[in-house]
Every structure is written in structure tokens, then in C-alpha cells.
Design a protein around this ligand. Sequence first.
Ligand code: FES
Length: 138
Amino acid sequence: MSLLPSSLVGCTESKSTSDTATTPASTTAPAPESVAAAPAGSFKVIGSVAQLDKEGKLASNKILVVRDPKDPNKVLAVNAVCTHKGCDVKWKSDKKQYVCPCHDAEFAADGAVIAGPAKTPLQRYASKIDKGQVLVSS
Ligand code: FES
């Protein structure tokens, strides 16, 4: 005969980590910091829109950001590491695509494969423009 104490039922399970891609409430002082140091799911400033427009791209560690060729009001962020063998892709603004210097794979601004040998798209990150700053969530 075993009697389970009813006090064992209903403990725990009160943790809720709903850290989704919502905008943080406090974005008043956008200090440029490394996106790689950001906790997952939070947006970090990686540069200004003025800087993006001047240079044609923004780069922070292995993250590259360009304007969306299909909608210039938006930005697209990808991981610069080529999915073929790991070289860093370069943004070619004249072609509006990333090109890998190692084996010439080509990727669209959103990371989609245009030409091999890479078969897998570049990793994408959520990105947005807010108050003249470019933010990326990694
Ligand atoms: S490492 Fe990029 S195409 Fe081979």
C-alpha cells in the first residue's frame, strides 16, 4: 500500500521565458556594442543608418547588414561565414549579393544561395531600423 502525499502535486512549472523578438522598452541610449555579446533574442545596435548608407554595409564580428534590395526601408542581416567551407563572404554592392572569395559561391542579400558550391543559405538574423540605428538580434 502506498499513499502519495498530495503536497508533491503542483510544485514548480512556474518558469516562463518568453523572450521573443519583441522590442525592448529601453532603447534610449544606443551604445554600439558587440552583437556577439548580446543575449539571444535581444536586439543590439551595430551601427547607424547613416553609416550603413555611407559604407553600403555594416559589419560586426561575423554579422553583415545591408539594405534589402527589394525594400530599401528594411535591412537584412546574415552571418558572414560561408556555408561551404567557412570563408567570410564579401558584399558586392554592384551585384547586390554576397560572394565568397574561396570558391565563388554567391548569396542573395537575404542569404539565399544563388550559385554554388555552397548549398545552404547564410544564417539569417532578425534586424530592424529604429531611431536611425540598425539593430540585429542574434
Ligand atoms: S568556402 Fe565559400 S564557396 Fe567554398
